[in-house]
Design a protein around this ligand. Structure first.
Ligand code: AP5
Length: 208
């Protein structure tokens, strides 16, 4: 299965992607995780991306598209993938379609995880993230239950950056709902329920 996950920051895309990865062995391709790794490695791309990310703005399309192209070409992605946080603009969606066509791969669905903004602000202010595998949980989780690393608070999980990320989602990413609807690929789940209930609904919606 080849899947795009859509949804506002904090909707639970990463949480659901990790569950699909663990159960079905799909490659979890998170552009946020790839960019944070580039920032940590202080690569040329990471240095360029950091100021956008800290402010909660989208990183320019050309930087992100190159990163995803490289990742999609890796072996594990050939068995199926979940794109988490990509595409985020219409230009990225069009580029992805072109790239997948060239690779002879079809998308099975674009799954929208829907959560109201007030719930999102609450979730992100208390979120802790694993620096090693990207697992996320609430602030009570100090050690990653997946890999044992010490959880940390992301630099962009502060009120100003969260507000900017929500605006970027509204203005630049939400149009993709229409884009994928028009391609007959959009599916939707209510993300404002307990994690396992949302996951059951994700599997049901995807026919897994
Ligand atoms: P990215 O890392 O993609 O961040 P995001 O989209 O803002 O998404 P999040 O990781 O914040 O949320 P999520 O939906 O994965 O939620 P999670 O599962 O963690 O991007 C970061 C930055 O990188 C961007 O701002 C941008 O600068 C740049 N970037 C990335 N991709 C880009 C692109 N394509 N183009 C340009 N720039 C790009 O859950 C959130 C919290 O809620 C967690 O604590 C979790 O435990 C909890 N939770 C999850 N589900 C539930 C539930 N059902 N009930 C209760 N709590 C829940």
């Amino acid at each position: 299965m080849n899947l795009v996950l859509l949804g506002a920051p904090g909707a639970g895309k990463g949480t659901q992607a990790k569950k699909l990865e663990d159960e079905y062995g799909l490659a979890h391709i998170s552009t946020g995780d790839l960019l944070r790794a580039a920032v940590a490695a202080q690569s040329e791309l990471g240095v360029k991306a950091k100021s956008y990310m800290d402010a909660g703005q989208l990183v320019p399309d050309d930087l992100v598209i190159g990163l995803v192209k490289e990742r999609l070409a890796q072996d594990d992605a050939q068995k199926g993938f979940i794109l988490d946080g990509f595409p985020r603009t219409t230009a990225q969606a069009q580029e992805l379609a072109t790239q997948l066509e060239a690779m002879g791969i079809a998308l099975d669905a674009a799954l929208l995880v829907e959560v109201a903004p007030e719930v999102i602000i609450k979730r992100l202010s208390s979120r802790r993230t694993c620096p090693s595998c990207g697992f996320t949980a609430g602030e009570e989780t100090k050690t990653c239950p997946r890999c044992g690393a010490t959880m940390y608070q992301r630099d962009d999980d502060n009120p100003e950056a969260v507000a900017t990320r929500l605006t970027a989602y509204e203005n630049q990413t939400k149009p993709l709902i229409e884009y994928y609807t028009s391609h007959g690929l959009l599916r939707e789940v209510d993300g404002d329920r307990p994690v396992d209930v949302v996951y059951a609904s994700v599997k049901d919606t995807l026919g897994l």
